[in-house]
Design a protein around this ligand. Structure first.
Ligand code: ATP
Ligand code: MG
Length: 284
């Protein structure tokens, strides 16, 4: 049984003239990290809304086909059950902040408070997440007075603290500088090691190349391609469709065009280095 399964799913938002998802079939397995990429308006956030059950529980519109979470149809799941099963980090961090808490610390703890977690445990888990995400300087601030990047990190923390088995993470680094981006990705890496099932929408393909088990390319509401990161992210033709591939993969293609021997197109820096060093040896 697949953990999360989409069977011929089509969905149209209310009053929309086009289908946001159009006949999507895919099985997500437990414990894997799925990198989801694709041009704007391709349907990535809609997929997230669907897996988390916001479609159909919050968004009306027309839903066809079946979405099964642990074998049970999304229509049959209660929203509060889904919220304990699946953590969702929104694309827009401004919509994630509750607005009811006066400090970042309380904001991060809010989900645990709602679950009725015992106070000592709540504090302990919140402190741990604050450390992981290096948010010590922010904990006394008012969540409403944070910058976009700070909000994004707080929103991330407020979900991570809940320790869900399934995480749906929509562009978690869009507002972050390179060093905070690297920190968020270290945490995602750690969650992967903990065998969480992760759907990660992210434009920074270097990071997808490093961590994803499978990559899905969304285009016009459909899965245009899917496969291993090595297969998908080495494809130069994706560039013509507005999807970037890692710069080392482009370098690999250029080297191949100049008739340099390459076993395969690298997608990470370490793979590129390995190929280059090997090439050097062959010339000896
Ligand atoms: N709340 C909404 N109401 C109506 N239409 C919507 C809504 N959200 C998205 N859409 C439409 O659904 C389609 C898919 O959008 P979606 O936001 O899922 O794409 P995306 O791949 O996440 O894009 P981006 O990279 O810009 O975040 C688009 O045509 C979009 O205009
Ligand atoms: Mg989106």
């Amino acid at each position: 049984m697949s953990y999360i399964e989409l069977k011929q799913v089509s969905y149209q938002y209310p009053l929309a003239s086009e289908w946001a998802l159009n006949d999507v079939t895919y099985s997500f397995e437990k414990g894997k990290l799925y990198g989801i990429i694709g041009a704007n308006r391709g349907g990535k956030t809609t997929l997230c809304n669907l897996v988390r059950g916001f479609i159909p529980h919050f968004y009306q519109g027309e839903l066809m086909g079946q979405v099964l979470i642990e074998g049970k149809d999304i229509r049959e799941w209660e929203n509060h059950q889904l919220s304990t099963e699946i953590g969702y980090i929104f694309q827009n961090p401004f919509s994630q902040i509750s607005g009811v808490k006066e400090t970042v610390f309380e904001e991060i703890a809010l989900g645990l408070e709602n679950l009725g977690v015992d106070k000592d445990e709540m504090i302990e888990r919140t402190i741990q997440v604050v450390k992981w995400l290096k948010l010590e300087d922010l904990i006394k601030k008012n969540p409403n007075n944070l910058s976009g990047g700070q909000r994004q990190r707080v929103a991330f923390a407020s979900i991570i603290v809940m320790n869900h088995d399934i995480l749906v993470i929509d562009e978690p680094t869009s507002q972050l500088d390179p060093s905070s981006t690297a920190e968020v990705f270290e945490i995602i890496h750690m969650l992967k090691e903990q065998k969480k099932t992760i759907l990660l929408v992210e434009h920074k393909v270097e990071l997808i190349a490093e961590y994803a088990d499978e990559v899905l390319v969304f285009e016009k509401g459909q899965i245009a391609s899917y496969g291993s990161p090595a297969d998908i992210l080495s494809r130069k033709d994706l560039m013509e469709r507005g999807i970037s591939i890692p710069s080392v993969a482009l370098l690999g293609h250029e080297m191949r065009e100049k008739n340099m021997a390459m076993d395969s197109i690298p997608i990470t820096k370490s793979q590129a280095l390995e190929q280059i060093l090997k090439g050097g040896k062959n010339d000896d």
